[in-house]
Design a protein around this ligand. Structure first.
Ligand code: ZN
Length: 296
């Protein structure tokens, strides 16, 4: 904990020496071999021709140190989960880390409980500390990487993370705002079983300027259909404000990784059936898809 409190007062981010060395040592072996192996991020941002490709080839035994960014409602957790299964690496969300620490009464849990109960936000240092512990435990178990979901959220977190571990790819999932808004407004929860559904059927007609987009609704089974409720904050003004704040907060994070040549912008072309194969293609994982379908 002394490390964490020192970090909190630190004004610079040369902190790798303060973080347990096992993390920085063990988890840096597999980052991109050199900057020249990466195309410029702008070449990944060509949305006219589907999506650009991550030229990185995943070899056997190569670790995956990836971050998934994307605004609320974009389906980030869904894609991160699918990829983590495909690549056999854990999908780590900081929300889960906090819940797990509290549930398991870990060493940080009294402090976290106090902060959470007083309605305050956890500091970046506590979050990174939890993450370090998680990565260290994973390394001890022989995990060959991770996919981080929704972290880092700020440049400060990105800077701290950079001192702990090399991130080799940051995938920013994006969805057209009209589709995103419709998806957020279409969210429904079953008041009885808690199941999550989406009644929005997105069918945007294409024109010369932009392609069309279709996203099927995720309709509830008959027994839930009459018990659907929506979250009080899934109202248009609130959703727009949430997206605006997200954008303001994370745009600098995108720039941070863009400057380092690690950002892959991925525009979701539709729902999972359209997006998943294109995402695999953009990540140079087509072979994995073949493996998977051959095995199925
Ligand atoms: Zn139900």
């Amino acid at each position: 904990m002394a490390v964490v409190s020192r970090l909190a007062r630190s004004t610079t981010f040369k902190i790798s020496s303060l973080i347990p060395t096992i993390i920085s040592r063990k988890f840096t072996s597999s980052s991109l071999t050199s900057e020249t192996t990466l195309h410029s991020p702008s070449s990944w941002n060509d949305t006219s021709n589907n999506n650009g490709r991550n030229p990185l080839k995943l070899g056997k035994g190569r670790d995956v140190h990836w971050v998934f960014l994307g605004c609320p409602g974009v389906g980030k957790g869904t894609y991160a989960t699918r990829l983590s299964k495909l690549l056999d690496v854990p999908h780590i969300s900081t929300g889960d880390l906090v819940r797990d620490e509290l549930a398991s009464s870990g060493s940080l849990s009294p402090k976290i409980a106090e902060i959470v109960n007083s309605g305050k936000l956890l500091s970046d240092e506590i979050i990174v500390d939890l993450l370090s512990k998680r990565l260290e435990a994973g390394e001890a178990k022989g995990e060959s990487g991770f996919i981080l979901d929704g972290f880092p959220r700020t440049v400060r977190q990105a800077e701290i993370l950079e001192g702990v571990i090399d991130i080799d790819l940051v995938v920013n999932l994006k969805l057209r705002e009209e589709a995103l808004l419709a998806k957020c407004l279409g969210r429904r929860i079953c008041s009885q079983c808690g199941g999550n559904y989406n009644v929005a059927c997105i069918d945007i007609k294409g024109d010369d300027e932009s392609p069309g987009m279709y996203m099927a609704p995720l309709l509830p089974p008959a027994e839930c259909a009459s018990k659907l409720i929506s979250r009080a904050d899934d109202k248009e003004e609130v959703v727009r404000e949430r997206l605006r704040i997200y954008d303001e907060l994370t745009r600098p994070v995108e720039e941070f990784y863009c400057k380092r040549g690690k950002l892959l912008q991925f525009d979701l072309p539709g729902g999972i059936p359209e997006s998943w194969p294109k995402l695999l293609h953009a990540l140079n994982l087509d072979d994995h898809e073949d493996d998977q379908s051959a095995a199925a």
